[in-house]
Ligand binder design. Structure first.
Ligand code: MG
Length: 260
């Protein structure tokens, strides 16, 4: 599977970008063959996602730290995990589970103002049909309840909601779901949250209210493919290589070395 395998809707956006790029490139005119367009398109597809990650130094640094921490992470005993077990409502057999972070992943909340990330509704609507969706926030239940009124007012998307009380220390340990780890993926803008199972982690750029943000649209395309594989950890490790980040001097260097 490619790093960024686009759905049809995303393909339209990419094609538009290619068209704009070609319009601006004065040197490329009549000699542009269909072959050269398609090879350029491949590069753009891959670079599009990578460039966004590498342009966010904070996320690169956090990924590096999380990689290091995951190597030193001491797994909590089963008894501790058992105390926080979460039963997923109506989970369909063999269906994969996607655990979504709330703040800066689906919404941006500051000074009592909340902005919902662009494409959030379509993202949740589509995903809830092809997997079991769980909301997992490091915030308190009151905050989660208030935000759910905005993003899931009819309670149709999330099968379960987890909060600070379900965390083990500062970590969202996926063992609390009793789901086979090959079937569960956690999307979070803070890599620290998934150090207990770093190969189940799918990082996303933080949302801070930008109107032109399209990370959820990008992510949906990727997830649609990821949910079809046998073991998500194998695919995520291949794509994001988070386990190897710590071997580099810092996050930026890791991205340059591992992604490009
Ligand atoms: Mg967050």
């Amino acid at each position: 599977m490619k790093l960024n395998h686009h759905s049809k809707s995303c393909q339209i956006i990419i094609n538009k970008k290619i068209t704009n790029f070609e319009n601006q490139a004065t040197q490329r005119t009549a000699d542009t063959t269909p072959d050269s367009i398609s090879s350029g398109e491949e590069n753009l597809k891959t670079n599009y996602f990578i460039k966004k990650i590498s342009s966010d130094c904070k996320l690169a640094r956090e990924l590096h730290e999380a990689s290091l921490q995951s190597h030193w992470y001491i797994e909590q005993p089963k008894e501790t995990v058992d105390k926080r077990l979460v039963k997923l409502k109506k989970q369909q057999k063999n269906q994969k589970v996607v655990v979504l972070d709330l703040d800066e992943t689906l919404i941006y909340h500051k000074n009592d103002q909340t902005k919902i990330r662009p494409y959030c509704k379509q993202f949740l609507e589509r995903l809830s049909k092809i997997c079991t969706l769980v909301l997992f926030t490091a915030a308190k239940i009151e905050h989660a309840t208030n935000m759910l009124k905005l993003i899931d007012p009819n309670k149709q998307y999330f099968k379960s909601v987890c909060t600070l009380d379900n965390m083990i220390g500062k970590v969202k340990d996926l063992r609390i779901f009793s789901t086979d780890l090959k079937d569960i993926v956690i999307v979070d803008n803070s890599p620290q949250n998934f150090i207990a199972q770093i190969n189940n982690g799918l990082p996303i750029l933080p949302f801070e209210g930008q109107n032109d943000d399209n990370q959820l649209e990008e992510l949906l395309s990727y997830l649609e493919d990821l949910l079809l594989v046998e073991d998500v950890r194998v695919e995520l490790a291949k794509t994001f290589k988070l386990q190897q980040f710590y071997k580099q001097l810092n996050g930026k260097q890791a991205i340059n070395k591992l992604y490009i």
